[in-house]
Design a protein around this ligand. Structure first.
Ligand code: ADP
Ligand code: MG
Length: 702
């Protein structure tokens, strides 16, 4: 009988319509169940007390036990406040209230012992505590067997309406008093509980609110985190299994002349082991008769393009067209050029389409495309605009996918009949394995986790303004060696004007130190017209300029192998993944490359940590892992859109071990019992059936 948990929250004793509405509004708590699942975000050890004479005013919170020795109402009307003094064995301290004064005045009785909890602050050289939580010591001792008191997320409105920390605790105690074990059915099978030694569900849900010890709290939290992640993974895995056979697809079972000739005659190097592995996975997908829906992850420079090309050649061998879509014109153009170079001499017809291709040229191209005269179409999102019709699109490749919205991708998907094209999404944003399990839990994922041999690691250093002169000297040395240099300025929307000013100031300084005609400088930023950007980029690519001063527009994919120095100004303002992406612009040629992170003198602790990680490693996955730990999953690019991250108790950054275990166990269960028909798994099946929470995944293509 689970009905009790579905009761509207206003029916809980001590709530009523007014507080009920507040709980609805402020915490999205509508039912008993919602309240029960509203977990404390921290706990206070109520057995430990501070001593008055040891308080410095620096503490975030203190807990005191003492007697109220005096109290006084001061002022009138809105300025009225209550000042009281609490004394313990070491001294006394002032407590002060500006709100709820009348009520507190009634509650405080001089001569009675209280427990006080709050944040001390220093005012006019004296320490006081404003608006502390306060309870009568005697009742606390009777009411609370727990030594760890829960602290819940709260809002000012709740606090002012009797739902402050104390009120919330009382409410939770009332609720727990009403529920029995049968209200909360176990959703993990016995065999699983035994094997994992996890705490039972009812116990975990009660103890997480009022634990009697640290150990018990940990065990309760572990159980609830596991449960949350386990069912999430089960759902994702079920979706993945379904996806594999959900949508019929073209069968590319031939490997023919285009592929073979390219492989034998054109491939300029040996594929890395990782590239071979990924090719195998893709070939299997393409031959299965179902639509491929695969994500290809690989660090910058790991060689994703060639993998994409080979997949497109397989499509061609089977008589199908392919599309390769890139997020920017520059990048699409580069892909176009390098693909053409790679297949030079083979009868592969590649065309380029972007918004800037207009009029007759565009009409001609669209005609050829519809007739099947074009094999591979490379371009920007112009590829998915309405009038673009393929003869038979069999494969869509999307590069740097986080730049595309889900809707845009869906358009590519419907451009083909009778089946949707196979889809390969390539991304250079490494995502930690555990996070990928969840973000892309329903997708097939291939990883290129190996760089082509002989790559020199980019040497990375962190410097401040004191280094400026030497930096210019170093730049001159590099330019004298024939190398090119990027200088990147942050551009963050809120401070766009300021940032642009920085960029212009910086570029003026560079122009003074690197005067014409010996030195030529390109400047590229987001406020420029596309054509002007393109022009400046091209000058840099053609080595007509030695220095490229830019905002982050050059971040994605740009390939100028001769550029060997990346200087990042205000590096402390960039996120790790962005720094890593930027660094990936150098180290593409044969020369030793350098990344110089310039920061101000004062950098926050987290900022320092980020810059240190950049100096310590070149490995994108390690960097992503560190980022996840530093800032949590919400900060990773793209993840904000993901519904799967709104977890109630688990934290994808901190609970990676639990996540891996949950995923493993879920995988094993589904391998043995895909339909969850085994009576042993009845509890799991029933729970899933009852909680058909829809998971929104940003990785979904449709
Ligand atoms: P990304 O994965 O960042 O898109 P690219 O596909 O642009 O990387 O490849 C980066 C560079 O590495 C290109 O110049 C490409 O020709 C080269 N490359 C790719 N695979 C190999 C390999 N197996 N051996 C040597 N060089 C390779
Ligand atoms: Mg690339």
């Amino acid at each position: 009988m689970n009905n009790l948990l579905e009761s509207p929250i206003e029916y809980l004793k001590g709530v009523g319509p007014k507080k009920g509405q507040l709980l609805n509004k402020e915490l999205q708590v509508f039912t008993f169940r919602d309240l029960l699942w509203n977990f404390p975000f921290r706990y206070v050890d109520k057995t430990k007390f501070h001593l008055v004479n040891q308080i410095t005013g620096e503490e975030t919170t203190v807990q005191l036990k003492g007697i109220i020795i005096q109290k006084q109402l001061i002022g009138q009307g809105r300025k009225k406040r209550l000042v009281a003094r609490l004394r313990d064995t070491t001294g006394s301290i002032e407590l002060i209230w500006f709100k709820g004064v009348t009520w507190v005045d009634k509650f405080l009785v001089v001569g009675t012992e209280y427990i006080v909890f709050g944040k001390p602050s220093v005012f006019n050289g004296k320490i006081n505590i404003a608006h502390p939580e306060i309870e009568v010591a005697k009742t606390v001792n009777q009411e609370r067997p727990s030594t760890l008191a829960p602290v819940y997320n709260s809002t000012e409105k709740l606090n002012n309406n009797g739902l402050d920390a104390k009120g919330r605790r009382r409410l939770m105690a009332t609720l727990l008093g009403k529920i029995d074990p049968q209200d909360i059915s176990e959703n993990l099978p016995d065999y699983l509980l035994q094997r994992t030694k996890l705490m039972g569900r009812f116990k975990a849900l009660t103890k997480v609110h009022f634990p009697t010890s640290q150990e018990e709290l940990e065990a309760a939290r572990l159980r609830l985190k596991f449960e949350e992640l386990f069912f999430l993974q089960l759902r994702l895995l079920q979706m993945k299994i379904n996806n594999r056979t959900a949508i019929q697809g073209f069968v590319f079972d031939k490997v023919g002349d285009y592929f073979n000739r390219f492989f034998k005659e054109k491939l300029p190097f040996e594929l890395t082991g990782a590239q071979k592995k990924v090719m195998k996975e893709i070939r299997q997908d393409l031959g299965r008769g179902y639509q491929m829906n695969r994500l290809l992850q690989g660090d910058v420079g790991s060689g994703k393009t060639i993998v994409g090309l080979m997949a497109m050649l397989i499509a061609l061998d089977n008589g199908y067209q392919s599309a390769l879509m890139a997020p920017t014109e520059i990048l699409a153009q580069q892909h176009y050029n390098s693909l053409r170079e790679m297949v030079n001499g083979l009868a592969v017809r590649i065309a380029f389409l972007s918004g800037s291709i207009k009029g007759k040229k565009r009409a001609e191209l669209l005609k050829l495309l519809a007739q099947g005269e074009i094999h591979i179409l490379v371009g920007t999102h112009a590829l998915i605009e309405d009038p673009v019709v393929f003869q038979n699109l069999g494969l869509s490749i999307i590069d740097e996918q986080h730049r595309f919205g889900v809707k845009q991708r869906a358009k590519l998907w419907i451009k083909s009949k009778p089946h949707p094209p196979h889809v390969l999404v390539m991304t250079a944003t490494p995502i930690p394995r555990t996070l990928a399990m969840t973000l892309y839990g329903d997708l097939e994922v291939s990883v290129i986790d190996e760089l082509p041999p002989g790559r020199k690691l980019v040497k990375t250093i962190h410097k401040n303004e004191n280094y400026r002169l030497r930096l210019h000297g170093f730049m001159k040395e590099q330019i004298a060696l024939g190398r090119q240099i990027y200088i990147v300025y942050p551009l963050i929307e809120e401070s766009e004007t300021l940032d642009l000013a920085n960029l212009f100031q910086g570029s003026e300084a560079i122009e003074r130190s690197f005067p014409k005609p010996d030195y030529q400088i390109s400047i590229v930023h987001g406020r420029m017209k596309a054509a002007d950007k393109e022009y400046e980029m091209q000058r840099f690519v053609n080595k007509e300029t030695q220095i490229m001063v830019a905002t982050t527009v050059i971040e994605v994919g740009v390939n100028v192998p001769n550029a060997s120095v990346m200087i990042i100004e205000n590096a402390e303002r960039f996120g790790l993944s962005q720094l890593h992406q930027l660094r990936g612009r150098v180290g593409r040629g044969a020369d030793q490359s350098y990344c110089i992170l310039m920061s101000s003198f004062k950098v926050s602790a987290e900022g320092k940590q980020r810059l240190k990680i950049m100096c310590d490693t070149n490995n994108g996955f390690e960097i992503a892992e560190a980022d996840l730990k530093l800032r949590g999953p919400g900060s990773l690019e793209g993840t904000q859109q993901s519904g799967v991250l709104s977890l109630q108790i688990a934290d994808l950054g901190k609970d990676q071990k639990i996540l891996s275990t949950a995923r493993e166990i879920a995988t094993r269960i589904l391998e043995k019992d895909p339909g969850l028909q085994n009576p042993l798994n009845e509890k799991i099946r029933a729970y899933l059936a009852k909680h058909k929470r829809r998971i929104k995944l940003w990785s979904r293509i449709s």
